[in-house]
Design a protein around this ligand. Structure first.
Ligand code: CP
Ligand code: NVA
Length: 328
């Protein structure tokens, strides 16, 4: 398997074998880290991290993974660089490509990360766009495989806002790897029909299925995994909350949803999650709308089915695998 020089922009660009190779490599690098085996094989390389939206997991994962691999990191936030305001993405790409061995980008449109890759001449890694969150996918598949021992054939239910980066990416990933994907939500939040068609095409080859369903009972019946994400994503206006709450509260992940699932079913979330009142936004929503928890109840989030912190840890191991595979 040779992914050297390739950018990691969305999973549609990768074959099932390549995706599984990255999951395997992430597991291998995780084992090395746990047993204290030094793996700084990318010594001497430099990478740039561009964040036009905030981050905890993705930024820390890139930084720790880069350091473990022996690389140096430059962090660029939009307020401290010329990107977009005084210099186009095309020009920025050509400058950074002369200095760095790889570039991570988190921001808005997918076209930005595609353009960075086209013009920089070095591997570009998508750290989240409005449309896709591909590094999260390798971590999620690794986490599922650790807990279930397999991927193919599992029933994966995604509840909530299925028309944004997480819903899109998970649908494509399940299609590629042969899981049965169900978007369980208000039909206003079903993924883009063109992408659903693409995922269905892929699914034909892999034995996956893609289902859109607005009944929680039907969708969650015999589920292996129930997954959700925030109802209003970064970059969306605060005014969206009112409508989202009205539309998506019936699709909150709670004990009732899990009562239909398999006894061994697990809960996943890319995080950050609104499951209590310990955040500023959580408290603001509570004041305005009276909710104490949103896309997932605190009971499920803190409960024994929740594997969200294994998932968060795996972000680092999988981002390391993605950088290693494309740079080594
Ligand atoms: N899941 C995820 O991407 O987290 P951050 O926004 O904290 O990077
Ligand atoms: N859909 C979320 C994912 C965060 C990791 C967002 O874009 O804000």
């Amino acid at each position: 398997m040779n992914l050297k020089g390739k950018s990691f922009l969305k999973l549609l660009d990768f074959t099932p074998e390549e995706i599984l190779y990255l999951v395997d490599l992430a597991a291998e690098l995780k084992a090395k880290k746990k047993s204290g085996i030094v793996h700084d094989e990318l010594r001497g390389k430099n990478i740039a991290l561009i964040f036009e939206k905030t981050s905890t997991r993705t930024r820390c994962s890139f930084e720790v993974a880069a350091h473990d691999l022996g690389m140096q990191v430059t962090y660029l936030d939009p307020s401290a660089s010329q990107i977009g305001k005084k210099e186009s993405i095309k020009d920025t790409a050509r400058v950074l490509g002369r200095m760095y061995d790889g570039i991570e980008y988190r921001g808005y449109g997918q076209e930005i990360v595609e353009q960075l890759a086209e013009y920089s001449g070095v591997p570009v890694w998508n750290g989240l766009t409005n449309e896709f969150h591909p590094t999260q996918m390798i971590a999620d598949m690794l986490t599922i495989r650790e807990h279930f021992g397999k991927l193919k054939g599992l029933k994966f239910v995604y509840m909530g806002d299925a028309r944004y980066n997480m819903g899109n990416s998970l649908m494509v990933t399940c299609a590629k790897l042969g899981l049965h994907f169900v978007a369980c939500t208000n039909p206003k939040y079903y993924p883009d029909p063109a992408l659903v068609e693409k995922a269905k095409e892929v699914a034909k080859e892999t034995g996956a299925t893609i289902t859109l369903c607005d009944s929680v009972e039907e969708a969650c019946k015999d589920a292996d995994i129930i997954y959700t994400d925030v109802w209003v994503s970064m970059g969306e206006p605060d005014e969206a909350w009112k409508e989202r709450i009205a539309d998506l509260l019936p699709y909150q992940v709670n004990a009732k949803a899990f009562s239909y699932a398999k006894p061994e079913a697990r809960f996943m979330h890319c995080l950050p999650a609104f499951h209590d009142l310990e955040t500023t936004v959580g408290r603001e929503i509570h004041e305005k709308f009276g909710l104490t928890e949103m896309e997932v109840t605190d009971e499920v989030f803190e409960g024994e089915r929740s594997i969200v912190f294994d998932e968060a840890e795996n972000r680092m191991h999988s981002i390391k695998a993605i950088m290693y595979a494309t740079l080594k």
